[in-house]
Write a protein that binds this ligand. Structure first.
Ligand code: BGC
Length: 810
């Protein structure tokens, strides 16, 4: 396999929706699924174009209740390009004989290509080559180039190019009972001789979307005179023309589009901008070139060079690059100018309605070490919604900021209240909004960003305020248990979504959830540390502004030492109070009966049972603690809380929970692979390879076609960079403690740490670190137990044999 491309060599209609998601091209501002230009939404195809932050709300009545959902809106489709050869039917790969079929996502240059040689029923053979891109720098532009070569015939081709506003949000089957009609078309109009224009508006959020297209044809460099006819309807606009084709001669058709919205910066009116963009469009080749240049610059920052064992065929590197590619399609440098968060399913489909979850926790580390400016902008999305988070806390009778589990346009809680189990057809209550740990993830993310980038200004003016308000929230939700002399947190849910409450209780929520409580302790500690990180003047301003008095800080300190954790079997951290009293699940029985039991919750509900009754988890929950914190940090936290900690606890907990999870979330294997990295390298690598396959092999059986799993995608890259390379950023220092698995012989990466660019070359024998930016300050680096100060331009090499911290784990 070529490790700079993701390709398919056959046409399988039943796989098209999956491939569309995996072949999405985009630029962080908007993205379009890799649907074929002749396709329409049907059982096998789903054209979709999504704008970062392009949400709309709609109401539906379900079971006598009106529910309101906010969707990332499927925008008008810019792709339609239909071809009809001579007197034949409109081209459709399902109705011709495919002699050759190849689809290829060129990752280096960010171009999606499709090459087809086909024979029509009358014997005509034609070669079709299409390339498309969404420009990574000129964020409003995208293009589709179609090259046609008749192999054994000459004659005419009819071309129909359109902008189609008749689209709805209909990409996820289980949402079909909910209103998905978000767009109304405002106008369609021809522009000059070869331009099309369409403007639509979202029904509730009143976001105007203006699209224009120019379709031209060329013989080599020569434009062909087209006698185009425009057909205008209320919600679509088409341009139709005929071309003459000569056997063996190639004609190319270029459709370039511009997309503007009423939220864009530096515009007069979106329609005006879209229309006038048509006058200065270059040729497709020029767009391809300038797009490739920026992508190459991005790859310089983002690429990983893997030295894998000889038996690797390039698939691992190709998938990792595909993951980095989709990370950048969703969160490219273009987002720096936008008010947008990073949706869990990318800009690649409609699952989870384009909402933003805690998945940022898995996504930001890769950005932090490469282009932290992107993280900063994604954190600003959270900062701008601090008001909504304060309001949510107030409405719950609490203080501080309570961020929503699912976030969309204005930071209101967007989690649904009812949830459809496709297995049983039942609508059941959805309690996932009780995942209060999302606020801690935001605090953790902003702190990691600050530590990695050294961005004092961000911490001072945005980060600190969020951190303090999240700390205040935890302090206000904690209640004191006099008898135990401990603070407790009740009524929450953890990352493991199988457990939403106690089997014998009506009201949802769990008590003393370990991950939640340890994270709350960590947040309180960081908030208490803030004065050491902020200029005095700013700290005083913040205290004044937020009304933080000494006694409040003392209370935070007390709570951070006294939050309650539960344990069982001596040193297993109970996922929540009472977890060990739940029944054990007959894992083998369920596997035998159902095969795939990743979504055990749906299976049990359909059986009239509930996962709340079992010690069975959807995804890593307690293990998140070993994922996020180093042994030393966790020891500090548990000791502060007054609980014993010893490193042998880690394998005991990993084994206990590892054997009780169904990995129903793609995030789960990333965490498991991480926590096993130093103890069982083989198992860790095998979980890593399973995580790698999550989307490309659609291991959840149908979910990837509804959008990629960006957390798992970025998480696999992070496994290589932070976990196996052992990169940790703590106390404003960089720590390196590599533990490469057998399969990975060598690893070369470039990273940015506090403004400095470093090149790491890691093998099983040594680590070489080079500071390559000439202008920056000395950085303090620890490799195993060796410290060094690295000055700009210097290289340091550390041999494993000299360094006890490098000792191979058994
Ligand atoms: C997982 C969550 C995750 C969400 C969005 C769910 O299936 O359980 O942890 O945040 O998907 O990716």
């Amino acid at each position: 396999m070529h490790d700079w491309e993701w390709s398919y060599h056959d046409y399988r209609p039943e796989q098209e929706r999956l491939r569309e998601a995996l072949c999405t091209v985009g630029n962080g501002y908007f993205a379009s699924r890799g649907a074929a230009p002749e396709s329409v939404a049907d059982a096998h195809h789903y054209p979709g174009t999504y704008l970062a932050g392009g949400y709309d709300r709609a109401k539906t009545e379900i079971q006598g209740r009106v529910v309101e959902n906010e969707d990332l809106v499927n925008l008008p489709n810019w792709l339609p390009l239909q071809l009809r050869f001579a007197d034949g039917d409109w081209f459709n790969p399902d109705q011709v004989e495919l002699l050759d079929y190849r689809q290829r996502l060129d990752l280096r240059n960010a171009v999606l290509e499709r090459e087809i040689r086909f024979r029509e029923p009358g014997g005509r053979e034609t070669q079709l080559r299409q390339r498309r891109l969404v420009h990574i720098e000129h964020q409003h532009l995208a293009g589709l180039e179609t090259e046609l070569t008749p192999c054994n015939w000459s004659g005419s081709v009819e071309v129909l190019s359109a902008l189609d506003g008749r689209v709805t949000n209909d990409g996820v089957e289980r949402y079909r009972g909910l209103e998905g009609d978000h767009l109304e078309c405002l106008e369609t109009q021809a522009v000059d001789v070869d331009g099309l224009y369409l403007k639509a508006r979202t029904r509730q959020s009143r976001l105007e979307i203006a699209m224009s297209a120019r379709t031209r044809a060329y013989r080599g460099e020569q434009p062909i005179d087209l006698d185009a006819r425009v057909e205008t309807e209320a919600d679509q606009i088409k341009q139709r023309f005929q071309l003459h084709l000569d056997a063996g001669q190639t004609v190319s058709i270029e459709k370039l589009i511009a997309l503007y919205t009423s939220r864009d910066a530096a515009i007069s009116e979106s329609g005006l901008e879209a229309r006038s963009a048509l006058t200065s469009l270059p040729r497709f080749a020029a767009l391809r070139e300038s797009n490739a240049l920026i992508w190459q610059q991005l790859w310089r920052r983002f690429d990983l060079e893997l030295g894998l064992r000889d038996d690797d065929d390039g698939r691992t590197a190709a998938i990792l690059r595909l993951h980095l590619f989709h990370l950048l399609v969703t969160a490219s440098p273009r987002v720096m100018d936008l008010d947008a968060g990073v949706p869990a399913r990318g800009l690649h489909g409609e699952a989870y309605r384009g909402h933003i979850f805690w998945d940022e926790l898995f996504i930001f580390p890769t950005l932090n070490l490469r282009l932290p400016e992107i993280t900063r902008s994604l954190l600003m999305y959270r900062y701008r919604r601090l008001g909504a988070a304060r309001q949510a806390a107030r409405e719950a009778g609490l203080r501080g900021a309570m961020y929503p589990w699912q976030s969309g346009s204005n930071g209101r809680e967007e989690s649904q209240t009812l949830h459809l189990n496709p297995r049983s057809g039942h609508w059941t209550p959805d309690e996932s909004r009780l995942q209060r740990h999302v606020s801690s993830a935001i605090a953790y993310n902003l702190w990691q960003y600050y530590e990695t980038s050294g961005d004092q200004e961000f911490l001072s003016f945005y980060g600190a305020e969020m951190l303090l308000e999240i700390a205040r929230f935890w302090a206000s939700i904690a209640t004191y248990n006099q008898a135990l002399e401990r603070y407790e947190i009740h009524g929450v849910i953890g990352p493991d979504e199988f457990h939403t409450g106690y089997p014998d209780r009506e009201e949802p929520g769990l008590s003393n959830h370990a991950y939640t409580n340890v994270m709350a302790c960590w947040v309180l500690c960081r908030a208490l540390d803030l004065p050491e990180h902020l200029p005095n003047e700013r700290w005083d301003e913040l205290r004044e502004q937020l009304g933080i008095q000494r006694d409040e800080l003392e209370q935070w300190d007390r709570i951070s030492r006294k939050l309650r954790l539960c344990f069982h079997d001596q040193d297993v951290i109970s996922q929540f109070e009472g977890f060990e009293q739940l029944d054990e699940l007959d894992w083998q029985g369920y596997r035998e009966r159902y095969g795939d039991i990743q979504r055990l919750d749906r299976i049990l509900e359909a059986e009239g049972d509930s996962p709340n009754r079992y010690q069975a988890t959807k995804q890593a929950d307690v293990l998140m603690l070993f994922y996020l914190f180093s042994t030393e940090e966790l020891e500090r936290l548990l000791t502060r809380l007054g609980y014993p900690f010893h490193p042998e606890m880690i394998p005991r907990n990993v084994d206990y929970y590892g054997s009780r999870t169904s990995h129903g979330s793609t995030l789960s294997r990333v965490v498991d692979a991480w926590v096993l990295a130093r103890r069982d390298r083989q198992r860790s690598w095998s979980l890593f390879t399973e995580a790698l396959e999550s989307d490309v092999a659609d291991i959840q059986g149908g979910t990837t076609s509804e959008g990629i799993h960006l957390g798992a995608m970025a998480g696999t890259v992070d496994l290589i960079q932070r976990c196996y390379a052992g990169i940790e950023v703590r106390d404003q220092r960089l720590w390196l403690n590599p533990a490469l698995p057998e399969e990975l012989q060598r690893l070369r990466i470039r990273l940015r740490f506090r403004g400095q660019t470093l090149e790491l070359d890691i093998s099983h024998e040594r680590v070489r670190v080079r500071a390559i930016s000439p202008e920056t300050e000395t950085i303090r680096l620890w490799v195993g137990s060796e410290a060094c100060a690295l000055r700009a331009g210097e290289t340091h090499e550390f041999e494993r044999k000299d360094n006890p911290a490098f000792v191979e784990a058994p």
